[in-house]
Design a protein around this ligand. Structure first.
Ligand code: NAP
Length: 266
């Protein structure tokens, strides 16, 4: 017999990979689930397995989150269903090539799925959570948000967007009962590599994390109240120093006067 629910967790991209692991772990933590992705068969198989193993209620929603109408439908659910306590913005794709050798439709599709959808979903959930002064938004970013020189900038830029969005929302929601977390995985063993024509082992031998380990670390970071969690980063001080250096710039970034080095010689 399942214990009382920790509320409904909505997980996008829950048909496989990191999202499927989140679904499993969140159900074991007492959440009922709404699993979202395009592949109905996989969603239903995951839902049946999790429901049987945990006794939680698991619903599926077949949706293409690169499609505005499907995003709007899910946003409406987030805005109006008071049982929702957690949103995991996880669905994402990467490109097979770079901006210079990729079909514009694929670039546009990535931006719709990786940027537009999670932003609108976070907005809908954030507003509803704030009205109830409770709820959590997890945005699955990437370490590439911090490393734009690696791989293509369309993907890393989409992940930097989620990091910025999270940092900004965390500031806006400070002092409320609403939590926000950005998770920055490094290379993680999932289908995303194969889907974008890459062999993860050939690319980064010995540097690929198991999806279960990644999600367990991210959930520990969430429990600790971290706004940014980077599961592979052993030396936390490096990220703290990076953040301190970035914040040290802030007071000097807007001035009436042009910086002396850009002034024409008289
Ligand atoms: P994955 O195994 O390829 O899974 C991606 C998930 O997103 C699947 O459930 C897929 O399901 C869903 N999805 C793809 N297109 C969609 C669409 N148009 N509408 C709705 N759902 C869609 O990838 P993953 O590695 O688990 O990726 C999860 C997140 O982690 C992504 O945001 C990715 O950028 C991020 N990440 C991954 C890594 C890594 O190395 N794996 C590293 C850093 C960050 P359907 O095909 O059924 O729709």
């Amino acid at each position: 017999m399942a214990q009382n629910s920790a509320g409904l967790a909505v997980v996008t991209g829950a048909s496989t990979g990191i999202g499927a692991v989140y679904a499993d772990r969140l159900a074991r933590r007492g959440h009922d689930l709404l699993l979202v992705a395009r592949n109905r068969e996989r969603l239903e198989a995951n839902a049946a397995k999790i429901a049987a193993e945990t006794g939680r209620k698991v619903e599926v929603l077949v949706a293409d989150l690169a499609n505005g109408a499907d995003v709007a439908k899910l946003a409406e659910r987030l805005a109006t269903d008071p049982s929702v306590t957690l949103l995991v913005n996880n669905a994402g794709v990467s490109l097979t090539g770079t901006l210079l050798d990729t079909d514009p439709a694929a670039v546009e599709g990535l931006m719709a799925l990786n940027i537009v959808a999670p932003t609108l979903l976070a907005g809908a959930a954030g507003k509803a959570f704030l009205a109830r002064n409770a709820g959590t938004i997890v945005n699955i970013s990437s370490v590439l948000a911090l490393a734009p020189e690696r791989f293509d900038g369309v993907y890393s830029g989409s992940k930097a967007h989620l990091l910025n969005l999270t940092l900004s929302l965390a500031e806006t929601l400070k002092g409320t009962g609403v939590k926000v977390q950005a998770v920055l995985p490094g290379a993680t063993r999932t289908e995303i590599w194969e889907r974008s024509g890459k062999d993860v082992d050939a690319l980064l031998p010995g540097r690929v994390m198991d999806a279960g380990d990644m999600v367990d670390a991210a959930l520990l970071g969430l429990d600790r109240g971290e706004v940014v969690t980077i599961p592979p980063l052993a030396d936390e001080g490096l990220f703290q120093a990076y953040t301190a250096a970035r914040l040290a710039l802030t007071p000097f970034l807007s001035e009436r006067d042009v910086a002396p080095r850009y002034r024409k010689a008289a």
